[in-house]
Design a protein around this ligand. Sequence first.
Ligand SMILES: *Cc1c(COP(=O)(O)O)cnc(C)c1O
Length: 218
Amino acid sequence: MIAERIQVIEQKIKGRARLIAVTKTKPVAMLQEAYEAGARLFGENKVQEMAEKQPQLPGDIDWHLIGHLQSNKVKYIAPFVSLIHSIDSLKLLQEVNKQALKNGRVIDCLLQIHVADEETKFGMLAEEAEALLRSETLNDLQNVRIVGLMGLATNTDDEEQIRREFRGLKQLFDKLATIQTAQVQFSELSMGMSGDYEIAVEEGSTLVRVGSAIFGAR
Ligand SMILES: *Cc1c(COP(=O)(O)O)cnc(C)c1O
């Protein structure tokens, strides 16, 4: 069942983006099943849940933190996380840098951009993201690398609105990708979930985050 669902999604993506299996709230047995079906990128939205599951699963999994991250929790995932999708402030990035340094690592991060037409979704404005990428302070953070952007479209049935939001995020990505420093090297655009990943891939996503379409409703 999980294997078939992954296969269907991979066929629709056709190698244009990589699939992150979003495993939040799901038991380790289901993650193991996805692993056996070939999944190697796993996404969790809570630090504690990810830190509990990680040691119970094979070591060649890439763990993606996709949910809101509080500075005081970075230390629990810094030893192993492969990409943090939800950086929304310089302060948070400074803490990730500090914990990455402690672990002798460089941690890849995405800036989360607010694109949805909803107050509740986290993320930075385009101008804030650009200011962060151009800030002098970033040069001191040698244990982080900003490799792109993440965004969540509005939760709506209006496909044209979703497409417009993804297209806007891709345009911002292309603009900010011209900034290239030791700490800024854009290659990933994380957009698309179960309901909208096909639109996201058409609009240039490189990482889709799919949960319920693989594992069923939460
Ligand atoms: C839960 C979650 C997803 C996956 O959502 P589905 O609709 O189940 O595919 C993707 N991105 C983020 C940030 C999430 O929290």
